[in-house]
Ligand binder design. Structure first.
Ligand code: NI
Length: 173
């Protein structure tokens, strides 16, 4: 947080470039990094690449022990449609905002569309934590970090104070 590369609008990936060594290698790097640090998701701008590529998903995640499973997904050039005006507040963290958590409002039901790493269409309607993860990751493509979405700053703090049991997975360094 504070790096101007996290505040940019990301460029779409040219469809003809998805199969390239560069894009496929970037996707592998994103997945490897996400799993190495127990992320729920990771966006290309978080590793300094200003392209519309997201990875997310997990069966179980020690940083979010109560979260429902989300299928491993590589999502290129995503478009989100909000399907419910209901906003729900829940805890979020971010690998670009280490050691902090906040209650963040997100829409409870969305549709997302985009392309996978083979260039095939993804079109899903999802709710709750899955919808939250996609909205959080998509925000990285439009220069938004979760603290910019916080409404209730009484629920914004250090992970090791708020959730001491999670701090081993989410340090303040
Ligand atoms: Ni994030």
């Amino acid at each position: 947080m504070g790096d101007p590369r996290l505040l940019r609008i990301a460029d779409p990936v040219l469809v003809d470039a998805i199969g390239s060594v560069e894009i496929q290698g970037l996707i592998d790097d994103l997945l490897e990094t996400m799993y190495a640090v127990n992320g729920a998701g990771l966006a290309a701008p978080q590793i300094g690449i200003n392209q519309q590529i997201l990875v997310f998903g997990f069966d179980e995640n020690p940083r979010y022990p109560d979260a429902q499973a989300v299928p491993e997904t590589i999502l290129i050039n995503p478009v989100i449609t909000i399907l419910s005006n209901d906003l729900e507040d829940d805890w979020e963290g971010c690998l670009s905002v280490p050691g902090l958590r906040a209650h963040v409002p997100r829409y409870t039901k969305i549709r997302y569309q985009g392309l996978d790493r083979a260039g095939d269409t993804i079109d899903r309607t999802v709710e709750d934590f899955h919808a939250r993860v996609v909205q959080h990751e998509h925000d990285h493509l439009v220069g938004k970090l979760f603290p910019m979405r916080v409404r209730d700053f009484s629920r914004f703090g250090f992970t090791d104070i708020l959730f001491p049991e999670l701090s081993v997975h989410d340090t303040r360094e």
